[in-house]
Write a protein that binds this ligand. Structure first.
Ligand code: ZN
Length: 304
């Protein structure tokens, strides 16, 4: 069974604002892995807790459902990585049928608007739209009315990197809560993990919980960056090995680690890597063969 903690590390100011806010729709904005989703879960727990203080009680039926990641009044919707006809997309998108009911074939059976219209089992229905900056314009516009005048028992949270990344029509209808780096002093032994520079608590915590994966990613990244100026066949081999690690552990933390290592050891290559990794990411989504992706990435990074 999946579990999720009801406590949040840091973000006291965001929590204070959320405890007193009367608004229904919010954007939680900030970098990846600092805790926007964790605060969304904390707040959903607090709003539905049967004995709330400043924190969810952790004991009531609602809190227990929340901790088990099985709360009936919390819905999370993330961008689809395929089109409705089932083809992989170049870019994941929150599609219109994920947000509002559509009668077309293969439409999402549980669109957010319909789900929000049903009465809560506890106190409030809370929808969390992950990566809401990836909402299509049509979907965003179709969802405006729900965002503006949701039923009284509804709260909506858009997770995004910044207000500017959101469609302006969405950004203007929500209260923005900003998330910055959180203190990560407890993780200094993981240095030089990139999450230490930017306070990305989520990545550091995962690194702590899975030290084997952590050392795998670290070693593959170091081997790849060290190979870039050496013989071509060794660089290609190291690139292949690095991509394999990324595909086996497909989180942002893997490419971010490569970027952080280059920023630190080889700044001249850093800008090149930003673009090369973006192209590699798109190729992965388009199901290009892995060895082709690894070679293209390696050759781009060797170019200087
Ligand atoms: Zn409770």
């Amino acid at each position: 069974m999946m579990t999720q903690p009801l406590q949040v590390h840091g973000h006291e100011e965001a929590k204070r604002a959320l405890r007193i806010s009367q608004a229904r729709s919010f954007a939680f904005v900030g970098p990846e892995a600092v805790g926007r989703r964790a605060v969304a879960h904390w707040w959903a727990a607090l709003r539905n807790c049967e004995k709330p203080t400043d924190e969810p009680c952790g004991q009531c039926a609602s809190c227990r459902a929340m901790a088990a990641a099985a709360h009936p009044d919390v819905l999370e919707k993330a961008p689809a990585r395929s089109t409705r006809s089932g083809r992989a997309t170049q870019r994941p998108t929150l599609r219109i049928d994920q947000l509002v009911p559509r009668s077309t074939p293969n439409a999402d059976p549980e669109p957010v608007r319909r789900w929000l219209e049903a009465r809560p089992q506890f106190r409030e229905r809370i929808a969390i739209l992950d990566d809401a900056h990836l909402v299509s314009e049509a979907a965003g516009n179709a969802f405006l009315k729900t965002l503006e005048e949701p039923p009284s028992w509804v709260r909506i949270i858009l997770i995004a990197p910044s207000p500017r990344a959101l469609l302006p029509t969405l950004a203007s209808r929500v209260v923005t809560i900003r998330f910055g780096a959180v203190p990560v002093d407890a993780f200094t032994d993981l240095a030089p993990h990139p999450g230490l520079d930017s306070g990305q608590y989520g990545w550091l915590q995962r690194a702590r919980e899975a030290p084997d994966v952590e050392s795998l990613v670290r070693d593959a990244t170091n081997a790849f960056t060290a190979s870039l100026d050496g013989p071509l066949d060794e660089a290609l081999e190291a690139g292949n090995a690095w991509l394999k690690v990324w595909m086996e552990h497909p989180t942002e933390a893997v490419p971010q680690r490569l970027l952080a290592t280059l920023r630190h050891d080889d700044p001249g290559r850093y800008a090149l890597a930003l673009e090369a990794l973006d192209q590699a990411d798109q190729a992965v989504r388009a199901y290009v063969a892995k060895d082709v992706i690894a070679s293209a990435l390696t050759l781009r990074l060797r170019r200087r």
